[in-house]
Design a protein around this ligand. Structure first.
Ligand code: NOJ
Length: 600
């Protein structure tokens, strides 16, 4: 179904701005070739600014060949669904050839497709078919490390004078002699537990791995590594991909002096053990070192010079940027004239992991005021974190809470990224027995850390066997909830989570204030209800209120100096069963209820 028909079907008022229409390549003025070409040019340049981005974990989305593992053809099969949902671009978690130790984040060939997921022809078909749905494809780009089975590492470890030796991080042990390997070079730890140094007997040195032993880190001080990755970017851009999500990008560089990281202290000032049983340390020497900035500027220059005027238009760089504060996040956009990421993920907001009004207000306000006018990328969920139910649910109102999270995601200014299955309220389903664990994080961390399988279970399409995901036994079990929590059931239910997502996304695209308007916090002293206003360039205003408590609340949004142009509102969207807010002096909200209204 085409976009305009879809909006009409939603029964929403079509208050459409040029930006919103342009975002879907539609003409804004029939018969005006000039306006049309201006709109589509703006679309090609700016498509990402208000974009709805959807992360697919290919292994878990749809299996079409009956091997129990999702594949690229499975994604192509669901493009109608994704278009109807309002998705502008898919971020594909890695589907390159890989030994699958870290389920694709250990890449053994950056310019091919893993046969488990299909062929390069399947990939090309996905890009071409997605384009027909106005959906762009973004690749996951893992530049911090490769698989230990990548030909570059096989060369590197083959001898000390191999030309690829210096592509990875090799080091002598502390006190190493001709017969004794000595101690590991320093105390750096892998994010997946234990020392980040692995002894290699053949060439008698240690190599560094921030993640698994099978994921050796590249040496980004070597210019050849830079050139190799620029070629990889070009390879995929030639195939029509619209950009990249850069994995673990803050960890490209390590302290050149190899200094130890410091032990963390508990509240009594004592060091303690982490879930892997290691002494907990910080990562000051191995994370967020400044060298990453010039690298990203270099990569971005490659993308920006790559034919920007054909679909998919601007190539977008998304960063996996877990950072300590907003000032560090602001740096990821790059200094004036030297752009880095267009959309570094704002993990300050989505991973607060606690429903605290003041913290959300502060962090959302930071995204509005401290990113120097850049576009925030909001994200609450991904394949590395327990789903929303675990991190935000209270057990009794999980559905209402998940609606509220989706509201913050789509009704705030910026681009919005969400994870497959969130739109139907899929729940975290961790393994209950160690022998069922697939993610090595769970194997190393069991039982304290059960790993990431729980958030990677198969997509729940319908109530048939295996939730319609596969005709064979799925690689991870389908959660028992699938008979009710599935796409097919929710498509028929106008109060479903899927319906909520569709309506919110439709508003984000069609309502001028919600599409690109500024965010202004309202009622700022309130510790129970988070409310804000979006101010459209055309003078329109929309208020949004989310009740963060399990009790009903009534709020007055007219106080303060936010400049509301009226004291009444026309409802655009509200939680099922909620009241229409005729007067903004007394907006009534159910427990964890949401109200969105157009100010009159
Ligand atoms: C971050 C990815 O999201 C995660 O799944 C992976 O294990 C690490 N980076 C290492 O690539």
């Amino acid at each position: 179904m085409h976009w305009t028909k879809r909006m009409a079907a939603c029964g929403l008022a079509l208050i459409v701005g040029v930006g919103a229409l342009a975002a879907h390549g539609q003409n804004t003025s029939e018969g005006s070739a000039q306006t049309s070409s201006a709109a589509s040019k703006s679309n090609l340049e700016n498509w990402w600014k208000n974009a709805v981005l959807y992360e697919i974990y290919p292994r878990s989305f749809q299996d079409t060949n009956g091997d129990g593992i999702g594949d690229l053809n499975g994604i192509t099969e669901h493009l109608d669904y994704l278009e109807k949902l309002g998705v502008d671009a898919i971020w594909l978690s890695p589907c390159y050839p890989s030994p699958q130790v870290d389920f694709g984040y250990d890449i053994s060939d950056y310019e091919a497709i893993d046969p488990q997921y299909g062929t390069m022809a399947d990939f090309d078909r996905l890009v071409a078919e997605a384009k027909k749905h106005q959906i762009r494809i973004l690749m996951d780009m893992v530049m911090n490390h490769s698989s230990d089975k990548h030909k570059w590492f096989l060369e590197s470890r083959s001898s000390k004078d191999n030309p690829y030796r210096d592509w990875y991080m090799w080091h002598d042990g502390k006190g190493q002699t001709a017969t004794d390997k000595g101690e590991v070079p320093n105390n750096w730890q892998s994010d997946f537990g234990h020392s980040a140094w692995e002894w290699d007997e053949k060439t008698r040195q240690y190599y560094y791995h921030k993640f698994y032993i099978q994921q050796p880190d590249f040496n980004w001080n070597n210019p050849k590594v830079h050139e190799a990755f620029k070629d990889i970017l070009r390879f995929w851009m030639k195939k029509g991909v619209a950009g990249f999500r850069f994995d673990a990008i803050t960890t490209l560089f390590e302290d050149p002096e190899m200094r130890d990281d410091e032990a963390l202290k508990d509240k009594d000032g004592k060091s303690y053990l982490n879930s892997y049983g290691d002494v907990a340390i910080n990562d000051t020497m191995t994370n967020n070192l400044p060298g990453v900035h010039p690298v990203m500027q270099e990569m971005r220059a490659v993308a920006d010079s790559f034919k920007p005027d054909v679909f998919p238009g601007t190539r977008v760089f998304i960063g996996e940027t877990y950072l300590p504060n907003i000032a560090e996040l602001a740096k990821q956009y790059g200094p004036p004239g030297k752009p880095e990421f267009q959309l570094p993920m704002d993990t300050q907001i989505g991973f607060i992991n606690k429903l605290d009004v003041q913290t959300f207000r502060e962090k959302l306000n930071d995204a509005e005021t401290k990113l120097e006018g850049n576009i925030p990328l909001l994200v609450f969920d991904n394949h590395d974190n327990a789903r929303l139910d675990v991190r935000y649910g209270d057990g009794a109102h999980n559905t209402e809470i998940e609606r509220m999270i989706a509201t913050m995601l789509f009704a705030s200014r910026g681009a919005s990224l969400f994870y497959y299955g969130d739109e139907i309220g899929m729940k975290t389903t961790p393994p209950t027995r160690k022998e069922d664990v697939k993610d090595p994080v769970g194997l190393t961390g069991w039982p304290k850390d059960k790993g990431r399988d729980g958030e990677r279970t198969p997509m729940q399409w319908n109530a048939t066997t295996n939730a319609g995901f596969s005709k064979n036994t799925p690689w991870l079990p389908v959660p028992s909830t699938y008979s009710t929590v599935n796409v097919s059931a929710q498509e028929k239910d106008h109060d479903s989570m899927l319906d909520w997502y569709r309506k919110l996304i439709a508003l984000k695209k069609t309502n001028v204030a919600l599409a690109a308007g500024d965010n202004v916090m309202l009622d700022e002293a309130n510790t129970k209800v988070l409310s804000w206003m979006r101010k459209g360039a055309d003078g329109s205003q929309v208020v949004v209120a989310c009740n963060f408590t399990a009790e009903p609340q009534t709020v007055n949004l007219t106080g303060g100096g936010a400049g509301l142009k009226g004291s009444h509102a026309k409802t655009l969207l509200k939680s099922p069963g909620g009241s229409d807010a005729v007067s903004l002096e007394a907006v009534q909200l159910q427990p964890f209820g949401v109200y969105i209204g157009d100010v009159r």
